[in-house]
Design a protein around this ligand. Sequence first.
Ligand SMILES: [Zn+2]
Ligand SMILES: [Zn+2]
Length: 260
Amino acid sequence: MLVDSHCHLDRLKLENHDDALDAAISEAGARGVSAMLCVCISDENRAAVLDIAQRFPQVYASVGVHPTDVTDAVVSEAALLEWAQSPKVVALGETGLDYYYTKDSAEVQQASFANHLRVGAKTGLPIIVHTRDAREDTLRLIREHGSTESAGVLHCFTENWEMAKQAIELGYYISFSGIVTFKNAVELKDVAKRVPADRILVETDSPYLAPVPYRGKPNEPKYVREVAEYVAELRGVSFDALAEQTSANFYALFNKASSA
Ligand SMILES: [Zn+2]
Ligand SMILES: [Zn+2]
């Protein structure tokens, strides 16, 4: 069993599958991927994400606004609370801070992130955090507005061990994508070795960031296997052990998802 803890199924490039999402999901299943979390990025794609989660029993959903999609009309706590009522929603996000692409909007990104964290604290829903070039502010906002009960995951992690360590102390999980397989990701490979076994997750973030040997090609959930194989080797454990551990971690964190 293997879980893709973060993918964007509504954005997959499906040319190789006759435009059929069913085909991509069943190919993933054939490679052991028994569940996936389809992540919302804005109010605009929310309906598509929820619709996919309704259609496929093995797909769960999140609701939230991605930091690079935040506008001056920051999503309110009331709206997030309402969105979170939909069936199969197991998390809030992706939210967070991205100062690499959109530093200009730092202020509204912080307001949006804080609202997600507060709704997480109220509902107990875990938070899917996207963080890039914003280490201090990310950790500060989690401390100020989050709660340990609704701790979440730093997804597609690309920061350093010091940040991972502090997030882990706040109850967070660390999720690795195909980036960890890239040759130049030297520091990240070291982080992937050091994260405690009970806090590690794997993801594709598809359709982006396909792992080696598919780097540069459209990514899809079936390639979470390559990510898991690579991380297992880095950590000196078997693929089966890593797959089992990351799946158990997924259901421990996103505890509204059922492994049944
Ligand atoms: Zn992200
Ligand atoms: Zn994402």
